[in-house]
Design a binder for this molecule. Structure first.
Ligand code: M6R
Length: 610
């Protein structure tokens, strides 16, 4: 959601802070702000509505100087996007930035108003600024004031505080929103994501839940929830330096779509031999756990949920274990029954999605044999709190619309189900070799799907003036259709729905007319004839069909049906293959519509609030 950057250095930090915000802008982008204090305690605060560039221009023209500062890019939760609601918020000498939500902000606001504080914004964050200001009056240190403040806050937050009168330090608290500390030489930094700081350091410490820390130029002092002085491990980041750079591409989403062959290669590296899956590579104790698994419960949100829905077919078909998939925000609020020998799997690109994390924490108390996360960000909360972290290695994903995270999650799950099938004796060496051969072929297959880019670009013209689109698939292609619909609505703002094709006649067929494009995913599998009947149902009612069909599927184009012939690929990995033309379609429709592809309205990457 929002992004935070902070620095304590001898040099001027305004530029470092703004560069950090640029790298975090994908997380929230309705307004941004910075507060910098110099050695003489002069504080400059600049906030701007809109993109980080607006802030950067203002910071340049005002030539902000000072070695200690905090900065923020906002995704509005409480209060509209506006300059007055942008962070940092100030109370007396205190400046504060905050990610997350303070649930008891109304009652704190009343309390603080009774104490004489005047609120100027509609944000929940402003209560933190006033509370720290109040607590500092009776505290020895800023850190103590923050600890006392944190004890009064309900909700999920990462918050950073600066005191104008003491420019030698900033203090930070983490409770539900990630904070990473970046270690420099004679200077230290913090951020909500290590990506923000890669231009200044590659050495990081991740704060844990309930931690508060004080950061000076030379020291980082961390206390845990119980107030005990603690050390946190220092990790060398392996994120590529240029992750925040679009290179030859127009958008991060486009770059990330085209990175998929490489992302898939990295995800399978060291995990498969020529013809087997290396079960041990899935994680510590994987062999023992996978041997015993009788049921899999997948929890995720958005695109990650769709990938779980697709993989469910593999869990039951290949591994022979039952599998349920549930949206995290639903799972966390219902009473559920844990089946014996159940493996809990969270799926997440960011590893910080608030609902998924909350669901994991609840589920861990309910007797699952182990909690595994399939995740793309090492050091993230899900990774740290799970028993097994099976990492996708897609590289940093910046486009809000998730693409390479989805296909690498599917590849990871295909390796996982194969390992379960093998460890439980449900598949033999021949079947295992067949699956592994298909996995090896994936990068080349995806290249061949990417080669349809120009053709799909031309096709996208047909969709750009439409208000709705239906996506149809059967079996594991139904979740692929769900993902296609999510992509289209997310970045082109066209209302899109996915249906299991057999369900059409139970209602949605009523929607079919010449203004409703219907996209069909049609691999050559044993459901093809059934799917063809569903296509006829649409055609008979004057629908406009766009069929992405296996070249041997036997569809014939006419004025109501365009066929996009796809090369025949292994049935095992075809769901991953057919995802790519769907991603390209939504990308090109959005381009024609002129929407903000990487930062679609109202959305943010990494949804760290409920
Ligand atoms: O980081 P996660 O995979 O946990 O994120 C889950 C969803 O918020 C995410 O997939 C979202 O739906 C994307 N914007 C979809 O493109």
């Amino acid at each position: 959601m929002c992004g935070i950057v902070g620095a304590v250095a001898q040099r001027d930090v305004a530029e470092i802070l703004v560069e950090g915000l640029r790298r975090l802008e994908y997380r929230g982008y309705d307004s941004a702000g910075v507060a910098v204090v110099d050695a003489q305690s002069n504080l400059t605060r600049i906030r701007r509505l809109g993109k980080v560039q607006e802030l950067a221009d203002a910071v340049n023209s005002e030539q902000v100087s000072g070695g200690t500062g905090i900065a923020h890019t906002r995704w509005a939760t409480h209060g509209v996007p506006s300059e007055v609601n942008a962070h940092p918020h100030v109370s007396g000498d205190i400046a504060v930035v905050h990610n997350g939500i303070i649930e008891n902000h109304e009652e704190l606001r009343t309390l603080l108003q009774e104490r004489g504080y005047v609120f100027v914004s509609q944000t929940d964050t402003e209560v933190i600024a006033h509370l720290v200001e109040w607590e500092l009056r009776t505290s020895e240190t800023l850190l103590e004031a923050l600890q006392k403040t944190a004890a009064q806050l309900d909700g999920a937050y990462g918050t950073v505080v600066l005191d104008r009168k003491d420019p030698s330090r900033i203090v930070v608290a983490r409770s539900g929103s990630p904070i990473v500390i970046g270690l420099g030489i004679g200077e230290n930094f913090l951020a909500s994501d290590q990506l923000a700081l890669l231009s200044v350091t590659r050495r990081f410490m991740f704060l844990e839940e309930g931690d508060v820390a004080e950061i000076t130029r030379r020291n980082v002092t961390i206390y845990d929830q119980a107030g005990k002085l603690v050390e946190r491990e220092i990790i060398e980041s392996n994120i590529e330096h240029d992750a925040g750079d679009k290179g030859q591409y127009r958008h991060f989403m486009q770059k990330e779509i085209f990175e998929q062959p490489m992302a898939l290669k990295s995800t399978m590296e060291g995990r498969i031999t020529r013809d087997t899956v290396i079960t041990e590579s899935i994680g510590v104790n994987a062999v023992e756990i996978l041997k015993k698994v009788e049921h899999v419960q997948i929890i995720a949100c958005g695109t990650s949920y769709n990938s779980g829905m697709a993989a469910r077919y593999w869990f039951e078909d290949i591994a022979g274990v039952s599998c349920d998939v549930e949206i995290a925000s639903e799972f966390r609020y219902r009473n559920f029954v844990t089946r014996p020998n159940s493996l809990l799997i969270t799926l997440s690109q960011s590893g910080e999605t608030a609902d998924t994390l909350a669901a994991l924490r609840i589920a861990k108390e309910k007797g699952y044999m182990a909690a595994m996360t399939i995740c793309n960000v090492s050091g993230s909360s899900l990774v740290r709190e799970s028993d097994i972290a099976f990492m996708t290695r897609a590289g940093t994903e910046i486009g809000v619309a998730s693409t390479k995270a989805f296909t690498t999650q599917l590849a990871a799950m295909l390796m996982l189900v194969t390992a379960i099938g093998k460890e439980q004796g449900r598949i033999d060496a021949v079947k295992e070799a067949e699956i592994v051969e298909a996995i090896h072929a994936l990068p080349v297959q995806i290249e061949s799907a990417l080669a349809f880019d120009k053709q799909i670009e031309a096709l996208a013209e047909d969709f750009a003036d439409k208000h709705h689109t239906l996506f149809l698939g059967r079996g594991e292609y139904y979740p692929i259709a769900m993902e296609a619909a999510l992509k289209l609505k997310e970045i082109s703002y066209i209302h899109a729905e996915a249906y299991a094709a057999g369900e059409l006649k139970h209602g949605p067929l009523a929607l079919i007319d010449a203004d409703m494009p219907v996209v069909v995913i049609a691999p050559n599998n044993d459901l093809l004839e059934k799917l063809k009947s569903n296509v006829e149902e649409v055609r008979a009612r004057g629908g406009l069909l766009y069929v992405f069909a296996d070249e041997k599927a036997g569809f014939e184009a006419d004025e109501s049906m365009k066929i996009i012939p796809m090369p025949h690929v292994s049935e095992i990995t075809a769901p991953i293959f057919y995802t790519v033309p769907m991603q390209l379609l939504s990308y090109h429709v959005a381009l024609i519509k002129g929407t903000d592809v990487d930062q679609p309205r109202n959305l943010a990457k990494a949804v760290t609030v409920e």
